[in-house]
Design a protein around this ligand. Structure first.
Ligand code: ADP
Length: 385
């Protein structure tokens, strides 16, 4: 019985109503027992005094009344109390029925949604992430249902991302692995000559695997925020100089100009300098990679409202409009084959760069007028207070 009560919200609500009714009846019963006689007495005395049948101050409990009047008043009181108790009984019975009805009505409104939430949670736990509950009103239960739906939506997104990630990672791993396996088999069967070129190819594929695994490790660290940002007021010119120095030789090799365009009197930004160098290196080496000979890559910075906006602009192959919204997605490459052939990465670099900028409280975006018209990658960093 106790277990049944403990596990049924509707029964608990009914019992709470019942308790209120019983307390009400007890209070009324006690009032009838203790307060009613003196109150009745006062009223009778008042009435008699008004009739002139008894002087004020004389009452049932105060002074022995004259013959006849005491017994008749006591009888009147008994009758009165009996009818009061009868009324109390009827009222109690009606209150009980009302408690039953009301608890049934309200518990339907409370237990129904709670049960729906519990069933939906059970289905979500079983992997049905499309489960939702109705959230019609604006009371706490409806708010809970709305939050529950938000949580379910988020879980569904995470699950989709997880599935896509596993698919993408296995796909990315398979390509170099198949190439290495094929070359090794060719070597063992004597189909492929054991030349420097063959070994070089195998080595490149192994390097690609290594890069991919490193990128994945870095991505998971960045996305899980499993690193500490060493934020400090930073002159933007310092990381920009580091990156241009690092990539000047590469730009010269490819006959691409690498210049800076920094606004004068730039305020210092609140940033982790190493991470900032990492982001700038990624954007600038992308720009160099996707810009043909004779092009120009410009690293710029200017102050806009409370932020410093840093841009990496190139005159390269650009990004077609249809690809812009997905360019920061993991493993997303505009042209997979071109990226591979030109020694490109796995499409994780921009995802890492954006996650790093967001960890600084900034945001990153890209603009491109279209294919062969260059691209501009921009991000904001907060000005150091
Ligand atoms: P990857 O390591 O393949 O370069 P990224 O995440 O850095 O990966 O870039 C994702 C894709 O975005 C690239 O494969 C390329 O198609 C496109 N991309 C990035 N930067 C540029 C750029 N400056 N110009 C044209 N396309 C670019």
């Amino acid at each position: 019985m106790a277990d049944y009560v403990r596990s049924h919200l509707g029964v608990k609500i009914f019992l709470s109503y019942l308790a209120i009714v019983l307390i009400g009846l007890l209070v009324l019963g006690a009032a009838s027992q203790f307060a009613l006689p003196s109150s009745f007495d006062r009223h009778m005395l008042g009435m008699m005094a008004a009739d002139g049948t008894m002087p004020p101050g004389m009452g049932m409990g105060i002074r022995p009344p004259g013959p006849g009047s005491f017994s008749s008043r006591a009888e009147v009181f008994r009758d009165y109390r009996a009818s009061f108790n009868d009324a109390l009984l009827i009222a109690g019975a009606l209150a009980l029925v009302a408690a039953l009805g009301l608890s049934f009505f309200f518990s339907r409104g409370i237990v129904g949604p709670v049960r729906a939430l519990s069933l939906a949670a059970q289905r979500i736990a079983a992997g049905h992430y499309d489960e939702r509950v109705p959230a019609p009103g604006s009371d706490e239960l409806s708010q809970l249902a709305a939050r529950f739906n938000q949580m379910a939506e988020k879980l569904a997104q995470v699950e989709t991302m997880r599935r896509r990630l596993i698919g993408d990672v296995s796909h990315e791993l398979r390509t170099p692995l198949t190439a290495i396996q094929g070359s090794m088999e060719g070597l063992m069967d004597g189909v492929l000559p054991p030349t420097d070129e063959t070994f070089q190819q195998i080595h490149e594929e192994a390097q690609r695997l290594d890069r991919l695994v490193n990128d994945l490790q870095e991505l998971s660290r960045v996305e899980a925020q499993a690193y500490e940002l060493q934020l400090s007021p930073t002159e933007i010119t310092t990381p920009v100089a580091t990156v241009t120095k690092r990539l000047t030789a590469q730009a010269a090799d490819r006959k691409i100009g690498l210049v800076t365009d920094l606004a004068p009197d730039l305020p210092r930004v609140l940033a982790d300098e190493d991470r900032l160098v990492q982001v700038l290196t990624n954007l600038t080496s992308n720009a160099l990679q996707y810009t043909p000979e004779g092009g120009l890559v410009t690293i710029g910075a200017r102050k806009v409202n409370g932020d410093v906006v840093i841009t990496v602009r190139d005159t390269g192959i650009g990004i077609p409009l249809a690809h812009l919204p997905r360019i920061f997605d993991r493993f997303y490459r505009v042209d997979k084959s071109r990226s591979r052939q030109s020694g490109g990465g796995s499409g994780i670099g921009l995802t890492i760069a954006r996650a790093l900028v967001e960890a600084h409280g900034g945001h990153m975006w890209v603009e491109s007028p279209g294919a062969d018209q260059g691209s501009v990658f921009s991000f904001t960093l907060p000005v150091a207070g």
